[in-house]
Design a protein around this ligand. Structure first.
Ligand code: HPA
Length: 248
């Protein structure tokens, strides 16, 4: 049974090397996911793919139904998730094109549905969130990177902002003081929801730009798109090696 899912973010709405077997439309108690689950074969391994922002990239970060996406994946039998997400680099060594595997997160989002545990409760549920990401999956990605000969930055704190606008330079300075190494808009509540329902979840953050105020001038959106497009070649290779296939 297929137990690994890839959630694709900006720049990764499809996996060209995925041999599609079928698509599954899942309705959930939390509403509709971003799209049908795409079940396919990636280099001989069955995986499920879901485009976080929809297959036409039309759902902005604050409108993504994170609960429905994760519930749908759990319902389909998924146990492990690799999330691909775009970020801006705050720390000096996180440059456009860098791939970073975060190990911590700080949540600056608001008014998103950030828990499954809020209705028809018999008791109040809290989860431990000391280590937000699944170590097993983080190590698997590191091994995949080593086998593919792809440089990654292992560890870093992801600051999750509300979006859809980018940040001001002052907001980025504050985030740097807080200890954030990168900034993105989709990390939360996705990783917390995954933890609530026992999914082993890790992210590969793709640096699309230097965060606001960390380079000369303003952030050019067209450059972000180009950098992501170029970086996805390595992300696809990384995914192939991470899912541990020799037949690619
Ligand atoms: N800020 C927030 N999210 C992002 C950025 C950024 O600079 N770049 C890519 N996603």
């Amino acid at each position: 049974m297929v137990d690994l899912a890839i959630i694709g973010g900006t720049g990764l709405t499809s996996l060209y090397n995925l041999k599609i077997i079928r698509r599954e439309v899942v309705h959930t108690p939390y509403g509709e996911p971003s799209g049908a689950l795409t079940i396919g074969e990636l280099c001989g391994n069955e995986v499920v793919f879901l485009a976080r922002h929809g297959y036409g990239h039309t759902i902005p970060p604050h409108m993504v139904n994170y609960r429905a996406n994760l519930w749908a994946l759990k319902h389909a039998g998924i146990k492990r998730i690799i999330s691909i997400c775009a970020v801006g680099g705050i720390r000096g060594d996180i440059d456009p094109g860098s791939l970073v595997i975060p190990d911590q997160i700080i949540d600056y989002t608001w008014s998103r549905h950030h828990t499954f545990f809020e209705k028809d409760l018999t008791h109040v549920t809290h989860i431990d969130f000391t280590h937000p990401y699944c170590e097993e999956m983080r190590s698997a990605i590191a091994e995949g990177a080593a086998s593919a000969g792809i440089d990654i930055i292992q560890g870093g704190t992801y600051g999750a902002t509300q979006g859809p606008r980018l940040e001001s330079a002052a907001e980025i300075n504050r985030m740097a003081r807080d200890g954030c190494d990168m900034v993105g808009m989709t990390g939360m509540p996705e990783v917390a929801l995954a933890k609530e329902i026992d999914l082993c979840y890790a992210a590969c953050a793709v640096c699309a730009n230097k965060a606001a105020g960390r380079s000369e001038g303003i952030i050019e959106i067209s450059k972000i798109e180009t950098t992501l497009k170029e970086s996805m070649v390595r992300v696809r290779q990384l995914l192939e090696h991470t899912i541990n296939s020799t037949s690619c």
